[in-house]
Design a protein around this ligand. Sequence first.
Ligand SMILES: [Zn+2]
Length: 316
Amino acid sequence: MIGFPVDELLSEEECYRYLKRSLHPEGLFCPNGHELPDDQAPHDRRRTPIVDYRCRECGAVFNIFTGTVWSKTHYDPSTIVMLLRGFAKGVPTKQLTDEMDLAYPSVLKRRHRIQEAVQQGQRVGLPGEAPKDGLPDPEVEADEMYQNAGEKRKPHRNLDDPPRQRANKARGRGTYENDRPPVLGMVGRETGWACFRVCVDTKEETIRRTVAGETAEEACIFTDENRSYLWLESEKESRSRRAVDHSRGWAEDRDEDGIREIHVNTIEGIWTSLRNRLRRFRGVHKDHLSGYVAMFELAFNHDQITPALLQRMCGM
Ligand SMILES: [Zn+2]
């Protein structure tokens, strides 16, 4: 694939200022919370424009990356901006490291830390995503997707059993254990906000816990015919359920008014996007899948990168 590196065209000063104002919109503070006066001169300028300050109150030495996933980084500001951009947009790590001439293992490790930070920061309730108590929508589509996520680049030893056939054999209910972890997705029909959770399996208890945690108590949940959603039909459950029977078509007209209102088409389309994104990574280990899925969720729910999103990516 042709390279077209642009990071060297970026101004390091401009990238530094962008990161500084994005990560610290309220100004800089030392690790102990003392505010840095505007006029205070840097303590160490050897890595300009990344400079270190020494707190006059407590003596702590810090810079704009202290307390973030980039603390003690040796990357230039332009490299950090390009990496953050690439991670957010789902650019494969190999492509980024080839283009910017960086070491693959350390960038991959950084990516995983950032994706874990994004996952931990889910549901803080930024505009464009579900608040702490879950999707507010009265109608939510829920569905599962199974992602092959085993050991990366495992050699295919048996020539009589080529990969494609073996993959087909693994059809059906995937679990974390058998390297096909299910991703449970929920999309609010009103807000359009989505959340995705990697689950260990699709047993009723797992589905119940996840759906209950991510949707409003009175929500109507639109699902396929999977029996793991039967609990929604219990009288004790405040949520309700409408199920589509895939064998009878994508939508059905249950109340016979000519409108086939039950469908899970929105989320089916989203699975195509998620599959396309994950395919570019040529195999994601199951232990890191939730991080990649969390980053997909962030990218899905937001049209534009914002300081708050950058702070989340940087683990602040
Ligand atoms: Zn201090």
